[in-house]
Design a protein around this ligand. Structure first.
Ligand SMILES: [Zn+2]
Length: 313
């Protein structure tokens, strides 16, 4: 018999895909989520966060190949999914929560971009964003090599979308896009505090998740890519940890790196975890985990990758 393995599956938006007028968000409908959970729970052991932690650290075994469900960004619809899908099956999951929406009532840059793209004609969004950027970050300053890299990186997108995504992820500084998108929301008469109340789990809802046996992990304060925070990285993580500890009465033991890809992971990932008391940190490097993985680089897949890694036999 081969050793048991653990697959982490991560979810973001769980809502009706046809709800927004334009693409920009790639959500999973709650029904589809329920079906995927049912399918995986039927074929694998569903680990609790504590069981997964012991297994990954080499302190405990899993009965057979197992899955752990995780959720990034602390969205309100994830609380609904927990209540309507997970709690009835007695599944305990792991929710990674950023603190800026809780303490500053400011939404994350990535969600402002998603919302604006989902509610704007594509060319209008790009033109409006470009018009808000300081001149040193203008699109026509992008060199040919960067354009080529953008097209290589996003092979499933149109060239215009590929360049936009590349600029958002790799070229434009997080705070520059953060400011530009805040202005774009304001221009549409949207109050960032109301946006936060609509989108994110509030303090009571987070406490209720923990009371129901789910675990909450850290996901950064600002949700800026940790690789790009420089000397501000520790302060960003500490604000997140302090907020969650004060709110929930216990220090988070798991961290999820915002964006989760190689380009976004801090160089000293292991040392960062040690400094802030995390026993495990999760990425979006795909694949199954074995006992004894690098605890600072735990693998995790998206729902659309389940068929490749855990397809029905
Ligand atoms: Zn995130």
């Amino acid at each position: 018999m081969s050793a048991a393995r653990l697959l982490l599956v991560n979810y973001h938006y769980l809502r009706d895909p046809s709800a927004a007028p334009f693409p920009g968000i790639h959500p999973m409908a709650l029904d589809a989520f329920g079906a995927q959970v049912g399918d995986l729970a039927g074929r694998f052991h569903v680990a609790t966060p504590d069981e997964a932690e012991r297994f990954l650290l080499g302190n405990g075994a899993l009965p057979r190949d197992s899955v752990l469900f995780t959720f990034d960004d602390g969205l309100r619809e994830q609380g609904v999914a927990a209540r309507d899908v997970l709690d009835g099956r007695d599944i305990k999951a792991l929710f990674f929560v950023t603190s800026r929406p809780l303490t500053e009532r400011r939404p994350l840059m990535v969600h402002k971009v998603h919302w604006l793209r989902a509610h704007s004609e594509p060319r209008q969004f790009t033109a409006e964003l470009e018009s808000q950027l300081p001149p040193e970050w203008a699109a026509d300053r992008m060199d040919t090599a960067s354009r080529e890299r953008a097209l290589e990186q996003y092979i499933y997108d149109s060239p215009a979308d590929a360049i936009l995504k590349y600029r958002l992820n790799f070229v434009l500084p997080h705070d520059v896009v953060d400011r530009a998108t805040a202005t774009m929301l304001r221009t549409r008469g949207i109050d960032e505090r109301v946006f936060c109340s609509d989108l994110y789990l509030d303090r009571e809802e987070l406490r209720a998740l923990v009371a129901n046996g789910h675990a909450v992990g850290a996901h950064g304060h600002s949700h800026a890519p940790m690789s790009g925070l420089g000397p501000g990285l520790d302060a960003d993580v500490k604000r997140n940890v302090d907020c969650l500890t004060a709110l929930l009465g216990t220090r988070p033991r798991w961290l999820s790196y915002p964006y989760g890809r190689n380009w976004a992971i801090p160089r000293d990932a292991r040392a960062l975890c040690a400094r802030h008391g995390f026993s495990l940190a999760v990425t979006l490097f795909v694949g199954w985990n074995l006992a004894g993985e690098d605890p600072a680089l735990i693998k995790r897949i998206n729902p659309n990758e389940v068929a490749s890694f855990a397809g029905a036999a």
